[in-house]
Design a protein around this ligand. Sequence first.
Ligand code: ZN
Length: 229
Amino acid sequence: MSPRVVVLTGAGISAESGVPTFRDAGGLWEGHRVEDVATPEAFEREPDSVQRFYDARRRAVAAAIPNPAHLALARLERELGDRLLLVTQNIDDLHERAGSRRVVHMHGELSSALCAACGTRGAAAGDLDEWPPCPACGERMLRPDVVWFGEMPYELDVIEQALVGCDVFVAIGTSGAVYPAAGFVLIAAEYGARTLELNLAESEITPLFDETRLGPASVLVTEWVDELV
Ligand SMILES: [Zn+2]
């Protein structure tokens, strides 16, 4: 019987496709401070500039292409089927474009819009700074469907259930600085999973893993999937 696996991916895997991360340039994201673009307060204060920021991110991601790490994880899904849960902190769609079908976007998705009036989530058709009407209720209150600091991540119940039941937990390209994702390794370990970290450099939570391998995700993830299947 193949193992039950939970994979958590973070900004490091997308960085190898050229998608900028918060960790670049000392915590700035394309020159913006996190608190100016990734909090509900920033959106209340300056909605148009926050919309333009995410509109630009959406276009940048559309121009990026999946790298070998994304492709390896899609191959792993084809081997393991529903014994794999792929959880990502990333808001891009590089996993999907690599061929992964079951992806939990715990921090939301750039390709989705969330209606602040009625709560409907749906595909973001084009730029949101033009304030298109919500397809469900008609209000012009669509915001990026991304989880900002201070907001509750998506599908934590699904993720926790998978962590409790998994044999192997692997964190790829995560900083270990953002909770609750940084605590997933503890849940998995408590319930008996082997834990592995694949990262470019040691993270804040490296000591919590059974094993850490350092290097580019495109190399390490491909090697690990080869070992497993
Ligand atoms: Zn609506």
